[in-house]
Ligand binder design. Sequence first.
Ligand SMILES: Nc1ncnc2c1ncn2[C@@H]1O[C@H](COP(=O)(O)OP(=O)(O)OP(=O)(O)O)[C@@H](O)[C@H]1O
Length: 311
Amino acid sequence: MNVIEARGLTKVYDGRAVVRDFAMTVAAGDIYGFVGKNGAGKSTVMKMICGDALPTAGEVVLFESDRASAGDGEPEDGGVRRIGVLIEEPGLLVNLSAYRNLMAKALAWGIVDGPARCEEVLRLVGLSSVGNKKVRGFSLGMKQRLGLAMALLGSPDVLLLDEPFNGLDPEATRAMRNLIVRVNETLGITVVVSSHVLDQLDRMATRYGVIADGRMVREMTAEEVAAECRSSLRVRTENPARALALLEEAYPALAFKAEPDGALVVAGDYDDGAISRLLARSGEVVRELSQDHRDLEEYFVELMEGGAQYV
Ligand SMILES: Nc1ncnc2c1ncn2[C@@H]1O[C@H](COP(=O)(O)OP(=O)(O)OP(=O)(O)O)[C@@H](O)[C@H]1O
């Protein structure tokens, strides 16, 4: 089931479209890595999904039932209550304890059995031992985890987390990442997490969406991203045309590209040793045989900068 579907989503601020004809699909169970540069429109999209901002045009369908479309006026709750949100500052009252912050929200939301639920989410995010301490003394990482506890309070089916690693040190970043994976795996909560910390997304995202200039550049699975980033093999021989013919004949499942300098770039599930032996056996003089690895960051920067082909 798709838990979020955005279609033709557009948001205009002060006469400027900051999100344009935007499409996004998040399936149940995903950890959806939402990638984009500063100002690309990530927060605005997330606000439209959770009902904090109304779209100027287009619609967001939650849990496959219609909710917010342009010009609806006040959004109805067609699923918004099933979304937990951590966007920007968690809005904590620093003179109150973590527990009291949670209780204030539990009361405002009319959450049944508030005290037990607050204890439960504190335990979930690893803050039980400091639940009665004032938030004023919390580190940024603890505040972010409390923000996550607030988002979890209403037992959501989906979490929207906007830049949850911002400003966190490596240990707090790891704790936050582990927490996100745990709520996804053990509670079955679908998570949309925006971040430009790509190596963190790389360790948890099951799908990705890349936004540039307010538009969706591409959505893809983690496997598709891994395939794009897989190593390629660069082969330079004395007689490139003959080498290409030999390799194409021997390995029909691989992809070959001829570079302007005569080198062949081999992509796919290749065995570099076998290729080297084949060329040597056939009398081809190999001048270069090297692996070329495209890293994730490089790939996403390419997508964000070259994003001419929008979906
Ligand atoms: N309430 C608003 N009024 C006017 N312009 C806005 C408003 N909110 C966002 N913008 C503008 O919309 C654009 C997209 O902002 P948004 O915060 O959605 O981007 P982002 O991808 O989340 O970036 P960042 O990572 O920096 O938060 C920016 O140019 C921003 O200045």
